[in-house]
Design a protein around this ligand. Structure first.
Ligand code: MTE
Ligand code: MO
Length: 313
């Protein structure tokens, strides 16, 4: 891998790394040293991988809000392939096999191509983008992602004139994913965007967070992040991107079309059939916040000019 592994002398403070990360790295290194002495390093490999560094240049597209503590970002997750409780992904995702990994970009494109993960890391300059993430269930976080606009990847394959949508397909590793042994969703996890949404500069091909390669519970080694839509639009651990003509049937819509629609723009005025979407709880905070239209990313509003966002929820 091109990504450098953090070494013991490599934990100097940087401007972007918050104190809890240093504390965590230091803890981890003390822990590793102890484990090495007792010959138990094998058991530590999943955490060792999570500590590989991946820095990005601060992006002007970042929100000025302070990031949610690392322990919430990596400890409170939705990744149904690893179980349905928020703590399940952190407990179970270490079994995800991420090497080798490649993403095939295919369908209505002039130059279909399979990119291995090292090629993806090198494809465009890495940026740190601090984005809000609003889960459809009513909680939110602020996450310092590392990646670049998905548009940079899509341009490489040259979508044809008939490509109208982009479909994202997550990995299925039945042996390694405790959740796929249950049929909560029809695996693989499938998501999709309209081509103009996928090409919008905010849509991030995500390879890391908090200055490290993506932890497995957050969708290693590569995921999508779409900050103005509910979190479930941001497919994790993707292996395939397909350019298509018709609107893809996404996993959540397939499971429950009354509750989940293709667009899923964050919208405080459109309630989920079972709960209000007007407010949200930011993890680590006590009082609820008002949820903002498009999660506060008003620059995307023009993508939906003239559309009835109650009908296309
Ligand atoms: N493959 C896959 N991707 C997924 C999910 C999932 O269950 N499987 N959950 C989604 C949901 S509901 C949310 S809120 C976000 C959570 O991302 P995070 O755990 O990195 O915060 O991932 C999304 N991507
Ligand atoms: Mo979510």
């Amino acid at each position: 891998m091109l990504i450098k592994r953090a070494a013991a002398n490599d934990c100097l403070p940087s401007e972007i790394t918050p104190p809890e990360i240093f504390a965590r790295r230091r803890e981890f290194m003390q822990f590793s040293a102890a484990a090495l002495a007792s010959g138990a390093l094998g058991a530590l490999l999943p955490s060792a991988e999570a500590a590989e560094k991946l820095a990005g240049k601060p992006s002007p597209l970042s929100t000025p809000e302070s990031p949610t503590p690392y322990k919430h970002v990596t400890g409170y997750n939705n990744f149904y392939e690893f179980g349905t409780d928020k703590e399940d992904p952190a407990a179970n995702a270490h079994l995800l096999q991420t090497q080798p990994w490649s993403v095939s970009v295919e369908g209505l494109v002039k130059k279909p191509k399979t990119f291995d993960i090292d090629q993806l890391v090198k494809l465009a300059p890495l940026e740190e983008r601090i984005y809000r993430l609003r889960c459809v269930e009513g909680w939110s976080m602020v996450i310092p992602w590392v990646g670049y606009s998905l548009a940079a990847l899509l341009k490489q394959v040259e979508p044809t004139g008939s490509a109208k949508y982009v479909e994202f397909i997550s990995a299925v590793q039945p042996e390694n994913m405790v959740g796929v042994q249950r049929r909560v969703l029809d695996w693989p996890y499938v998501e999709g965007l309209r081509l103009d949404e996928a090409m919008h500069p905010l849509t991030l091909l995500t390879l890391g967070l908090y200055g490290e390669v993506l932890p497995k519970q957050n969708g290693a080694p590569v995921r999508i992040t779409v900050p103005w839509k509910y979190g479930f639009k941001s497919a994790k651990s993707i292996v395939k991107i397909r350019l298509v003509e018709k609107q893809p049937l996404i996993s959540w819509e397939k499971a429950n079309p009354r509750e989940y629609g293709f667009y899923s723009n964050v919208n405080p005025t459109v309630d989920h059939p079972r709960w209000s979407q007007a407010r949200e709880r930011r993890l680590g905070e006590f009082t609820k916040r008002e949820t903002l239209m498009f999660n506060g990313y008003n620059e995307v509003a023009s993508l939906y000019a003239g559309m009835d966002l109650r009908k296309y929820f």
